[in-house]
Design a protein around this ligand. Structure first.
Ligand code: FES
Ligand code: FES
Length: 165
């Protein structure tokens, strides 16, 4: 019996379609079929968050979804976050770079995607506690988290400042 499914979706603003076995996970579609290896696999228990992407603007762990569940959706991975045709870094990418919010970098794509969603969802400028609670599904084994939280708070403060002007 052929259990293949055809999945059509928009990935980083580009329409794509692939026919894959029905059991294919979303993270496998991204990495193995589309070559988007910025999305990482850090566990097999859905706990690390290294595989976090945005599905219709919401952060999801792409190892917990079948590729078929993303059919018709709009997906953003770390490769699609940079803004502008010149590849300018997203504010969060820049802040992580400037504030030393990574060491090995393995968790970083997932952290940045989760933070992107968090900053969109919070109705007010987040506190240190908000950021830590918002990122509780993302693990980092290197940094101790403080620099990650600082980078996210810096972007939030910058946005609040621009909005007030
Ligand atoms: S790979 Fe660890 S939560 Fe998805
Ligand atoms: S920087 Fe190494 S796991 Fe986070």
């Amino acid at each position: 019996m052929n259990d293949d499914v055809t999945v059509s979706l928009e990935v980083n603003r580009t329409p794509v379609a692939r026919t894959v076995p029905a059991r294919t996970l979303l993270v496998q579609l991204l990495r193995d079929e589309l070559g988007l290896t910025g999305t990482k696999v850090g566990c097999d228990t859905s706990t690390c968050g290294a595989c976090t992407v945005l599905l219709d603007g919401q952060s999801v762990k792409s190892c917990t979804l079948l590729a078929a569940q993303a059919d018709g959706c709009r997906l953003t991975t770390i490769e699609g976050l940079a803004t502008g045709d010149d590849g300018r870094l997203h504010a969060l990418q820049q802040a992580f770079h400037e504030r030393h919010a990574l060491q090995c970098g393995y968790c970083t794509p997932g952290m940045i995607m989760a933070a992107t969603s968090l900053l969109e969802e919070l109705p007010r400028t987040p506190t240190d506690r908000d950021v830590r609670a918002g990122l509780e599904g993302n693990l980092c084994r290197c940094t101790g988290y403080q620099h990650i939280v600082d980078a996210i708070l810096a972007v939030a403060a910058e946005r609040a400042g621009s909005a007030a002007q």
